[in-house]
Every structure is written in C-alpha cells, then in structure tokens.
Design a protein around this ligand. Sequence first.
Ligand SMILES: Nc1ncnc2c1ncn2[C@@H]1O[C@H](COP(=O)(O)OP(=O)(O)OP(=O)(O)O)[C@@H](O)[C@H]1O
Length: 134
Amino acid sequence: MTTESKLPPPAGPRPTLLRRRAASFGHAVRGVGAALRTEVHLRLHAAAAAAVLGLGLYCGLQRWEWVAVALSVGAVWCAELLNTAIEAVVDLVSPEYHPLAGRAKDVAAGAVLAMALAALAVGGLVFGPYFFGS
Ligand SMILES: Nc1ncnc2c1ncn2[C@@H]1O[C@H](COP(=O)(O)OP(=O)(O)OP(=O)(O)O)[C@@H](O)[C@H]1O
C-alpha cells in the first residue's frame, strides 16, 4: 500500500513561501482587527498602551525600562487575544450551558487578570521612582 496522497494537486502554481508568509501575516492582522471591534477590554488595553507610551516619553524612560514596559504591554495584549480566541471556540463547541465551558472561560479570563496584575506591578516599579522618588 502506498502512503502517497490520492488528492489531486491544487490547481495553478503553488504560492511562493513569501506569499504564504504574507497571507499568514494578513490573517493575524485581521484577527487583531476583529478582536478590537468586538472586545471592549481590548480597546481599553489599547488606550492604556497609548497612555503608557505618552507617560514613558514624558518621563524619558531608560532603555531597560522601555523593555520592561513593552514586554508587559505585549504580554497583556497576548493574554487578552488568547482569551478572546478561547471564548470564541468555547461558544462554538458549547453554545449551551456547560460547567466545563464556564470553567474554560473563567480560567482564560484569570490568565488576563494575572498578566494585568503583573503589568501593574511593572508599571509601579518603572514609573514609581519618577513620581515618588526612589
Ligand atoms: N457556555 C457556558 N457554559 C457555562 N458558563 C458559561 C458559558 N458561557 C459563559 N459562561 C460563564 O459566563 C462568564 C462570562 O462569559 P462571557 O462569554 O459573557 O464572557 P465575557 O464576560 O463577556 O468576557 P469578555 O468580557 O472578555 O468578552 C464566563 O466566564 C463563564 O463563567
């Protein structure tokens, strides 16, 4: 028995690696856009990120401080986007009430909360000395 696929090859020339990467990037941007349109929390994170950027420029943060702030903002966005994705999948597979569906959503929301608290701590450690002295 052969292990070769019986499927016919796709019609037309195979897209180049660069085109496939560009398409994947487009899907990711579309995902962030969709989440921004539907999730109020994500829009609040965007406003918070803009405020932190302004505050950082105002304070004249050091390079390592920008690193900590950028990683914190990125991690909160990442957690919120994953939470949004998990919510969508849970709604798809379990539109009716189910304790496991509820637990999955609660745990995903908990991940956002944990990251937001860590980001708050980083914000306090970075910006605190600029406003209250070291
Ligand atoms: N299918 C379900 N079965 C059981 N419990 C659910 C279900 N869907 C939602 N829940 C419960 O309701 C809570 C809120 O769910 P919902 O989908 O409204 O998220 P949300 O609060 O709108 O989140 P976000 O504001 O981030 O969009 C969940 O955390 C979970 O406890």
